[in-house]
Ligand binder design. Structure first.
Ligand SMILES: Nc1ncnc2c1ncn2[C@@H]1O[C@H](COP(=O)(O)OP(=O)(O)O)[C@@H](O)[C@H]1O
Ligand SMILES: [Mg+2]
Length: 387
């Protein structure tokens, strides 16, 4: 009595490495994936079987893509909310939905909402010109951080201004609907990431808190769990992120980027509503990876255990360096370290571009860190690791 069962189709918008790694998880779950990619050869388009190449800002393209998908999710947060609202009105499940997603798209909207919810954030204000920016700095002290409200990533669209050379720069060439947000410069001890997952039925899971290191606005390394965090601080950060996920109605992964002040307290930097670079450790270091849990949430399956399998997992990002042939360079890394895990994104090596990551894990944090740094450095062609 075999009745054919229609496959469940997840549409992923955006073809970067996050979509690629989501696809790996989708394969295990038996989900069909359709990809809306920016080009035929972007990271995820190289591996997904069902690819549409098109512009995710074009309503007709997105509408046509969504036809035949049971649910839509994302590799990035840049699909205009208006398009997503129309999809929802037409009965398409969009996860996370536009009302949540806007807080990951627009830093002014995010600051406003988190402030209203009583979530700790740096002092901030939307400023219309260099004069208002200067007034904010004179009030709150210099330096000041200025950010464009939309469109930035990896530190693009973030300026640290010392007051002397304030700075028409943030205001130059602002697109429509883009504002400048002035923020108190937080002289943080370190950056943390609280990663949680929430399903449509309201189930939620919190990963251990990670410490993340950014260089020039780009994540270079994470350590999980964050060393030296007290139980109270860890639980506090997890609860903060779970609360935000609940209050904003997030479905899927929510990454809350935190800055820890020197007194131990934290403020929220920004939100991401998709698998996040600070969660890549979970592929090898957690019982259930962020990619699988994101998909489980998106299709409303019970969430998997986010607990760490290992005492410590250190993730090292591989940023494009002087080594063009990453696959060949794995020979050295794997020969030297049998327990090392590496993931390459299929992207052409260009300076500073995220082209892969490595995970090292074990009981001795210093050793784990050395192994991750060596492998990531080697893959970047860093002379210090090439000896
Ligand atoms: N108010 C702030 N004080 C100090 N550093 C900040 C502040 N805001 C951002 N940063 C630094 O800049 C980095 C990038 O800022 P973020 O808002 O996360 O932009 P992006 O969208 O490019 O990730 C942060 O990870 C942090 O290192
Ligand atoms: Mg950020």
């Amino acid at each position: 009595m075999s009745e054919s069962v229609r496959p469940f189709v997840v549409g992923i918008i955006g073809g970067g490495q996050l979509a690629r790694m989501m696809y790996a998880a989708a394969i295990r779950l038996g989900l069909r994936v359709r990809l809306l990619a920016e080009g035929p050869d972007v990271s995820a388009a190289q591996v997904v079987a069902d690819v549409t190449v098109g512009d995710y800002t074009d309503p007709a393209t997105v509408r046509a893509f969504a036809e035949g998908c049971d649910v839509i999710t994302f590799d990035h947060e840049h699909v205009p909310t208006q398009i997503l609202r129309e999809l929802e009105a037409a009965g398409v499940a969009v996860r996370p939905g536009p009302d949540a997603l806007v807080h990951a798209q627009d830093k002014a909207v995010m600051r406003e909402r988190l402030t209203a919810l009583g979530v700790p954030v740096p002092a901030w204000r939307v400023v219309a010109n260099a004069g208002e920016l200067r007034a904010f700095g004179d009030e709150h002290g210099w330096p000041v951080i200025a950010k464009t409200s939309r469109g930035g990533y990896d530190g693009k669209g973030v300026w640290k201004l010392d007051g002397v050379e304030v700075a028409d720069e943030p205001f130059a060439g602002l697109g429509e609907g883009v504002q400048v947000v002035a923020e108190e410069f937080v002289d943080f001890e370190r950056e943390l990431s609280a990663l949680v997952v929430r399903s449509p039925s309201g189930q939620a899971a919190a990963y251990p808190i990670s410490e993340s290191v950014q260089r020039d606005g780009v994540c270079v390394e994470t350590t999980t769990p964050a060393p030296g965090l007290t139980e109270e601080q860890a639980v506090g950060a997890e609860r903060l992120a779970l609360g935000i996920a609940h209050d904003l109605g997030v479905v899927g992964v929510l990454a809350v980027e935190l800055m820890q002040r020197r007194d131990g307290s934290v403020v929220v930097n920004e939100l991401a509503m998709r698998p996040h670079n600070t969660g890549h450790w979970s592929i090898d270091g957690a019982v259930t990876s962020q990619f699988e849990n994101h998909l489980r949430a998106v299709v409303d399956l019970p969430l998997g255990d986010p607990a760490a399998r290992e005492s410590w997992t250190v993730m090292g990002n591989v940023l494009g360096g002087s080594e063009p042939d990453l696959v060949s360079a794995l020979l050295h890394c794997f020969a030297r370290d049998r327990e090392l895990r590496a993931e390459l994104y299929g992207k052409e090596v260009r300076p500073g571009r995220k082209v892969g990551h490595v995970n090292a894990y074990g009981d001795d944090l210093e050793q784990v860190r050395r192994r991750a740094r060596h492998a990531a450095g080697y893959l970047m062609g860093d002379p210090a690791e090439r000896g």
